[in-house]
Design a protein around this ligand. Sequence first.
Ligand code: 0L1
Ligand code: MG
Length: 262
Amino acid sequence: MALDRKDIEALAAHLESAELEARDVTKITDDYPQMDWADAYDIQDEIRRRKEARGHKTVGLKAGLTSFAKMKQMGVDVPCFGFVSDYMARPDGGEIQTSELIHPKVEAEICIVTKAPLRGPGCHVGAVMAAIDFVLPAVEIIDSRYRDFKFDLKSVIADNTSASRFVIGGRSRRVEELDLRTLGVVLEKNGQIMAMAAGAAVLGHPAAAVAMMANHLGARGQEIPAGTFIMTGGVTEAIAVQAGDSVNVRFQDLGSVSMKFV
Ligand code: 0L1
Ligand code: MG
């Protein structure tokens, strides 16, 4: 750890205010170049603590930057992990207020809900598959608080991996009914296909992202509890959206998720 508790709390307040006020900021490593990985996740944990202290429930976990397309798009080579809160959820087919956001982008995510706890080290795809209760589709709306999405990975982790809004839709399926690697996804904006991919785009298998998350949390003395909703990461690159755009994502065997940006 390179930062003290006072810096961690100040940076969490700084980034969370930027989120809540839809105001962009410069990446925090500009002012704190000594910040290390533990500091970055500690800032994120402090943002989570602040939200929970105000009565917001943490309703899920997310893996980010898990697909080759996203890593290439953002110029990074390792995934990151964050959380989503109750107030970030929006209904399928509903509206997303762009005035509450800075520069939103959408990504299609294959999601799971666990029926057993997962704890690293040593968590692997097989353990994750045995712990999946059901699979469901979602669209994540990311909104980095960093100006022009210019950041490094530590700054992104501190900023709760750009978590902003999410929409769960379609239908849930038992994991035995699906092949998560070949599950196809087509992302449309205003009726035009913008991106398509299959589940294997996420680290070869979406369950690998969950195993990585369990191992990451295990190293921090935490686990993934039973009943956790997890977004495994965008299967395609993220697509920028603005007011007036409609987004529809078709997931093979899982139905569609849609929303309108107003
Ligand atoms: O969910 C994600 O993949 C977000 C990763 C954070 C970086 C970004 O804002 O694209
Ligand atoms: Mg995502």
